[in-house]
Design a protein around this ligand. Structure first.
Ligand SMILES: C[S@@+](CC[C@H](N)C(=O)[O-])C[C@H]1O[C@@H](n2cnc3c(N)ncnc32)[C@H](O)[C@@H]1O
Length: 224
């Protein structure tokens, strides 16, 4: 596997890299962080691949599943000491490894309990020095609306929040949050994010129900 800094593309010699994994590896190469953390790293394959491709970047991973982490260290013994138990829906812990780039893949999309996904998004931003990359099903939550409401309501650590669409060299898409402005496509709405995606009314309904449970900021105007 190799990253070409001129094209921003990652190529695998075996040709078996999934397009979502390729996007994550390309995001790391293009954003050039000094440290990367995967929240909900499961069996650790992405952490191991990222560390192999970018040996000078400190890559860590967290997961709330003990058996997942056991599996990860069996599959990738070199990850011992770099991965740990972490529940991203718990109150923020200063023991979580901070990283320039924190990412999730297929984690937040599965969280539908109370306001846990909002807590998780807020925690991801706090854990990241510069960027959060969300490789998630874009219909499972109203990511743009929820993040905007979290930011407006004062729930995010970063003073500024920029929400972008990140595209891989082969057109895969993910959501990139950045503390600083970047020259990427701005995301203003979830409709923009979902353009061209086959609609799932069931998912959209659940996403709206999840968003509706959020109470953002401190509202003192109580007139109805
Ligand atoms: C579908 S798997 C994805 C694993 C990995 N990101 C990948 O793409 O291969 C979802 C993972 O998220 C983890 N997870 C779910 N909720 C979590 C939470 N609140 N905090 C941390 N990890 C969580 C699960 O234990 C599981 O390993």
């Amino acid at each position: 596997m190799s990253f070409d800094a001129n094209t921003g593309a990652v190529r695998s010699s075996s040709g078996t890299l999934h397009e979502n994994h390729q996007l994550i590896l390309e995001a790391i190469g293009r954003l050039s962080p000094t440290s990367v953390h995967e929240a909900g790293c499961g069996g650790g394959d992405h952490v191991a691949n990222a560390q192999m491709l970018y040996p000078n970047i400190n890559v860590t991973g967290g997961d709330r599943g003990f058996t997942q982490l056991e599996l990860a260290t069996q599959r990738h013994p070199q990850l011992a000491g770099k991965i740990g138990l972490q529940d991203i829906t718990m109150p923020f812990s200063n023991q979580w490894p901070r990283a320039d780039l924190v990412y999730t893949q297929a984690v937040i999309m599965h969280i539908h309990t109370a306001v846990s996904h909002l807590v998780a998004l807020s925690n991801l931003v706090e854990q990241a020095n510069e960027y959060v990359l969300l490789m998630e099903n874009q219909q499972c939550h109203n990511f743009v609306a929820d993040l905007t409401a979290l930011h407006t309501g004062g729930h995010l650590k970063w003073p500024d929040l920029h929400i972008y669409q990140f595209e891989s060299s082969i057109g895969a898409r993910a959501t990139l949050l950045s503390r600083q402005a970047l020259e990427l496509k701005n995301l203003k709405s979830d409709a923009q994010l979902r353009k061209g995606v086959k609609v799932s009314q069931r998912r959209l309904k659940r996403a709206n129900e999840d968003s509706a449970r959020g109470i953002f900021g401190f509202l003192t105007n109580l007139k109805t």
